[in-house]
Design a protein around this ligand. Sequence first.
Ligand SMILES: [Zn+2]
Ligand SMILES: [Zn+2]
Length: 713
Amino acid sequence: MTVYEADGSIVIVDAGLAFPRDEHLGVDLVLPDFSYLVERAEMIRGVVLTHGHEDHVGSLPYLMREVRIPVVVATRLTLGLIKSKLDEHGLAREAELREVAPGDDPFNLGPFRIEFIRMAHSIPDAAAVVLETPGGRVVHTGDYKIDHTPVDGQRTDVGKLASVGNQGVDLLLGDSTNAERAGVTQSERVVGEAFRQIFPSRTGRILISSFASNVHRMQQAADVGIECGRKVAFVGRSMRKNANIARNLGYMNVPEEAILRPQDLAELPPGEQLILCTGSQGEPMSAMTRIAYNDHPAVRVEAGDTVIISAKPIPGNELRVHDAINRLARSGAEVLHEDNAPVHVSGHGRAEELRTIIALLRPRAVMPVHGEFRMLAAHAQLARESGLAEENIVLAENGTVVELKDGVARVVDHVQAGMTFVDGLGVGDVHDVALRDRRRRHPCRLERRGRPHGAAGADRARLRRRRRAAPGRVARRGAARARAAPSGRRHRDQAPPGASARRARRHRVPPHAQAADDPACAGGGLMAHHRLRYVPTWADVLEECATEQATALRLIAQLGACEASALAFCRLLEQWARGEPKPATPGGRQAAIRRAAERVETALSGLQDPLDRYLLELEADALEGRSWYGGPGVAELLDWGPILDRAGVRVPADRVAQAYLELAVLVRALEGLSDAARIELVPAPSSLWAGLFDLRENLLGGALDDVRVLTVT
Ligand SMILES: [Zn+2]
Ligand SMILES: [Zn+2]
């Protein structure tokens, strides 16, 4: 995210999010800290997006909840992706969405005159942004490579770049991702060629996992697959969604008759299947991970199949990707990936391309952006080698204020910036994460949001109307977070009639928080305020969306029992995992897990009926919905064998692992819904429907089977 400010006006270029690394324990999303913008909300004229990748657009919905954005400007596909994202957040009508194509006349936002230039990247319709500002002309490249043979023929427009260079560029903000790598990034077509080499000789299934946004990759795979007599199935939510958007907008051309629904795959011989799926980062619960774990409802992999991982693991994801590769290989499939076949190329230009851009634009100053600091430094070195003077190379980090005045750029200040962590959300599919309706903001942010702004969604008002006071609790997940629940205080004045009985029931659901300090909150001093707020939970959401209150109350009661027993089960196991076999003897522990399993079994078996009933009554467009919750975290994919051995408990470890996973996801799903409620966001009924349906179809049955086995051991 880059904030451009001039004459009291602000234009924001890109609003991305980052995916947490291992050190962000329990964090699910990393957003920019919006406080600078919140303090200057009335100055914002609009957001300009360079392309549709999550690291450039992912935080837009969160930003739009903090401040009013009058207009979002982007190219067609980027807008298509954004629109669907905003729809799911209930924000689609909150900003004008303005489509601009490279080559269109420049447009004005406040004092900025803005123009797009076509750039090639790993998603179609990427653009660089030229900003004429009162202080000088700026070119912001976004992500790019100079692909001379892109799949859609839309090359990086070097002619236009050169002509902007001729007009004079004062500051270049350039993509640094591959600055450390010498040479030139290969064309996307290379991957198509690899597919052409690989496909014809294969007789089993071919399964390709890539980013769901890599439309050209999917297109090339589909083209070759269809030529080889295969049908194409898009598997994984974001893969299906993006394929739909791209096909509707004309960015992907796969004939309807060549497409197969995942559930129809079984009817086709393996040799006629081409499966395009999500999960190239080994994300838990993504299509590929589930397939690797032989846990996918529609897709299985066996000897003779070929799995192509057409992506590079984002740093931090390597272990999970390797785990998936190992599992797939164990099932007899041949696994092709970047290291053993040319099945992936980067979307970012390497050193020679960066040099070319500098040569075309001949900027007075260069400010490397996008990438870790060492990549920025490598980009700075390239600028130096291109003849830029040291004082014209601006190495900025998050929060650095760079002034461009009379064509001279220099660092003048540093403002509060950095990261905002979002937790309570399982990172599922990388490109799907932000689409979920359940999310929770950092409490600091929640409080700081303060001022009411515009009509930021009717859904918010809906919950506020029925806000009641309750023992405040700040439920935080994970080991190193959470804050003790402060002593309760109720404000009954806003409670609707009849609410108190329900409330009593609801609060039997134990708070699943543990006390700890949240470093990100330190010094905030805002939590005191937090205590007085009524904290709504999943139960409020279920009640809110219900058609028949009686059904909702039955479901809430039963689901509460399920949550409590699932928690007890998971906590018991986690104690053993931490090496705390006390207080019992092995025999006692054996009995303890049996009792915990029995409790879960009782609770779960009572759930089917109210859940069915609730789903039946829920007025939702079931086809539209996407589940609000994600899958298990990495920490939940534990190997329970050694742990149970150590505890001296003899139960089938695979069943324990399954049950633990399913119950942990159940707990997490409910937490997620509570999180959504806490930020006053009621998921769309269709999303609630999809999530509950998913719960019923994919979790509860399995969990019940698994705990039943444990009750008899
Ligand atoms: Zn990027
Ligand atoms: Zn990108």
